[in-house]
Design a binder for this molecule. Sequence first.
Ligand code: TTP
Ligand code: MG
Ligand code: MG
Length: 413
Amino acid sequence: MCPKLDPVPVPPGAAAASGPPEAVARRIVHLDMDAFFASCELSKYPELRGRPMVVGGRRAAHQPRLREDGTREFSLLRDYVGRGVLTTATYEARTFGVHSGMPTMKAARLAPHAVLLPVDFDLYRSYSRRFKDAVRTVAPVVEEIGIDELYADVTALEAGAQEIAVRLKAAVREATGLTCSVGIAPNKLLAKLCSDLEKPDGITILAMADLPTRIWPLPAARINGIGPKASARLAELGVATIGELAARDQVWLVERFGRSYGRWLHRVSHGVDERPVVTYSEPVSMSRETTFERNLHAVRDRAELGEVFTRLCEQVAADLQRKGYVARTIGIKLRFDDFRTVTRDLTLPEPIADAKALRRAAGSCLKRVDLARTIRLLGVRASALERADGAVSEPERQLAIDFEPGPEPSRQD
Ligand code: TTP
Ligand code: MG
Ligand code: MG
């Protein structure tokens, strides 16, 4: 059967009669913080500015030590032993070839003298809130898509794109002291691609007409949704760049990638993306977990374990209350010394957000686990969330988190 062809994409602003009605040409911002975790750390340790630095150490081993003269002593990458990976690196460190996701020991061979800091998620979460609030003062229609990035629809703002970008960057800088990079384009796909083009501290404004010069030379794998498998298959077929993808016929793509993905590939290579900026985002769950510095035993380390367990419950309860949710299902997660992970949960007749009730529910989950082995990690999760004010929420959506958490404990979905 011959696949049905999509209409050839029409650039916004072209005659409406020649394609689907394009209501108003949109202006979409993608804003992404520069070397985010590392930049947050620099605000704590300004003496490291200009030095190569990476984030990915362990709190116990790599926390900076205060010397008697008041200066700090930092761990260096060359001293690292372990199996962790980097969460990020400053731009100075990137000149040595180190990057997010690289095994820390490999990075140590490339940049042995770079400073190594442990991850501090609480700090990054607080900067994340601050920069997002600052953006909303300039551009209220915001979709959060990760800890350090967001989309905003600025179609309705009076100012020109350059002016909006400058204002956004100034607001973020004033609220956080940090720099970000901004892309403004007719849709989310192009905004996300172009915010990366002038990093760090960049502004990129892109019109449909710039597609051939600015977007088509980029590797196809830059597009969100073209993962390692698809890009390997494309490479086998001689397609490395977005432009080479755009040059292929839609039928050719559909034959090789299936109807839905093939058509999508065709559309994105031509810069077409109609997804709206979605301002609501309902979390599916909230959780906190911690990895112990030494493995704990349920009986021998009962007091310590109990204390941590209670603290995790209090943190989850505080997260729920701060964000205005109640939870119907409470769960726990345990990882044992042999790395086996078990979870248990309990669904309650009434939703809760109170630390004591949460601790009781989590405690009864714990009773259902065989605790013979020592424990490396303990986590508490609240799910089946409902708005505490009883408001009807949009269909449940995972709060978009665009990466796996780094090696440190304590994160929140
Ligand atoms: P990114 O925005 O991808 O990277 P970045 O902000 O460090 O650098 P850039 O200037 O290129 O935007 O990710 C944001 C944060 O997410 C990053 O600072 C650390 C974390 N992260 C990880 O923990 N692991 C990963 O593999 C990646 C890519 C990011
Ligand atoms: Mg970033
Ligand atoms: Mg990012």
